[in-house]
Design a protein around this ligand. Structure first.
Ligand code: MF3
Ligand code: CO
Length: 253
């Protein structure tokens, strides 16, 4: 395992990348309404990223034994958990949609995601969204020098209420590469694991489901779906560890 520690100067470049990510996510958030398609949202993302002098991180991303990822965003609807490829599905009232966005600016990546309700959704679905976001914030609040990765993981687990915790995916280091060490599970024991030190930059990303968290990949080799068809949510931010505590690089408010 190689943990890449960022200098103060690198963190400030990552902040610029993160602010662009936040601005583009705001545009996408506001564009989500019944009728819009994944491809339309993907085109908006590409245009807004380019207009800010940055690059979309995801297109062409090719992990071992997968086809290159085609989208600038991930567009995952309802029981689709993550890594949904933008398509011509048109969002409808009552859907929930997860949008994941990677921005590369001055060679540094920011990685962040949100899930939004389209029109009116059930109380249980709204609770899933609120709970997943609260778990993200609880995990982030553990990113203090001297804590451990297990403190982050257990805070997320402890905020999951009765929702299913997805075990196969989690947070990660981020920097010049989108995925760096360490892996940050969304469940675990407080005080266990690696010590958190200044200059770590981590993407924290809880994913919960209403039903069983068991999931599988679709035949497109990217889209991950919840196997029992239940709704799932995903919130993510890129966060730097500083002397003053967690610095959320991908939030502008
Ligand atoms: N935030 C996602 C992750 O950490 C990024 C997906 S990369 C993609 O896994 F290229 F597959 F979209
Ligand atoms: Co990520």
């Amino acid at each position: 395992m190689t943990i890449i520690i960022k200098s103060d100067e690198e963190v400030s470049i990552m902040r610029e990348s993160g602010l662009i990510n936040a601005e583009v996510r705001d545009v996408l958030y506001n564009a989500i309404e019944p009728g819009i398609t994944g491809i339309e949202l993907d085109n908006i993302a590409r245009k807004e990223i380019t207009a800010r002098g940055a690059l979309a991180t995801f297109p062409g991303y090719t992990p071992f034994n997968k086809p290159p990822y085609p989208g600038a965003i991930c567009f995952s609807v309802n029981d689709e958990l993550v890594h949904g490829i933008p398509n011509d599905y048109s969002l409808k009232d009552g859907d929930i949609v997860s949008i994941d966005l990677g921005v590369t600016y001055r060679n540094f990546v920011s990685d962040a995601a949100f899930t939004k309700a389209v029109g009116n959704i059930s109380l249980n679905a709204q609770s899933l969204l609120n709970t997943t976001k609260e778990a993200l914030n609880a995990g982030i609040q553990k990113l203090h020098i001297g804590n451990t990765i297990g403190d982050v993981s257990s805070a997320i687990q402890n905020h999951s209420k009765s929702f299913g915790i997805i075990k196969e995916y989690g947070g990660h280091g981020v920097g010049r590469d989108m995925h760096e060490d360490p892996h940050v599970p969304n469940y675990g024991e407080a005080s266990s694991g690696l010590k958190i030190i200044k200059g770590m930059v981590l993407a924290i990303e809880p994913m919960f489901s209403i039903g069983s968290p068991v999931n599988h990949e679709k035949s497109d080799q990217w889209t991950v779906v919840i196997s029992d068809g239940s709704l799932s949510a995903h919130f993510e931010e890129t966060v730097a560890v500083t002397d003053d505590g967690p610095y959320i690089l991908t939030r502008n408010k």
